[in-house]
Ligand binder design. Sequence first.
Ligand SMILES: [Mn+2]
Length: 340
Amino acid sequence: MNTQYMADMHNYGTLLALLDRYQYFALSTHINPDGDAIGSELSLYLFLTDLGKSVRIFNTDAVPVNYRFLPSWNNIEDVHSVGTYRPEVMIVLDASTLERIGKTLSKILLPVHTLVNIDHHATAEAFGDINLINPSASSTSEIVYTLIKHHQTPISKACAICLYTGLMFDTGCFRYSNATAETHRIAAELIEVGEFAPDEVYRYVYEHIPVSKIRLLSEILRTLQVTDNGKIASVYATQTMFGKTGTTPEAVEGVVNQIQAIAGVEVALCVCELPDGSTKVSLRSQGQVDVSELASEFEGGGHSRAAGCRIVMPYLSAITALTHCAQQYIDQTPRDVVIR
Ligand SMILES: [Mn+2]
């Protein structure tokens, strides 16, 4: 972490002053948006709109079906809608690099007066003119919550359900180590303010699984391999499996968490064969190994317990390389050290 980056952290006052000064905004988030990506941009959109600002959201990928209950989700536009819109301020949420919002989108809206970067990834790049980066926040939605609190305006009902969805998603339904007492306090406040039923939000997000995805899951689980010492588990998904089940690599999302849940497993790998023959990798750690470091050896990144990378290598070779590297990390780390 360099000093520039440190100085830019927790810069809530500076950002609020900026929001006050300008009128035209564009928001965006990473490709294959998840609950935190959608939740954080919709909550910021609602907050700014309530302040009377002109705000538009442009995403490379469509809103996943299971988030189409969130207020204003259908105001999210795609890259073709940008046209002649020229925002004064562009705010990028939950994307560790600017390119993560998509190749075209990362160029088409620039230059702007001010580029703002709001993120919580440990490997976040300070690519904005203003960077609100807080790796100790559970989610980007939690940072947006804190920003709105700094503004001292009440959180609207619509905003509350979006923020809650982001918090819930990025903490794995409040099960991961990033779900602190503070995260729970914020969640409780959002439930009260938003007057929604948390179990309904859960059902919208997690119980809308297409049957094709379950068929793919059964194919993937059949590939399970666990090392002799029981510490590294891996599964893979191939293009053949996607063809057979009528799914795409997006359907693999979340599978790695199930592999991580195996008793005794320290590092879980889920690798996915992409159409161009390269391999997409998701990594999880029980706490002994910092998988963001492991991922960075393969030009990836993320958090200490959840990370990813893309390797230009066939999927079986990628598993061999990653397993070897993960074993070295396990051997290097004393057993009693737990990375938080
Ligand atoms: Mn996030």
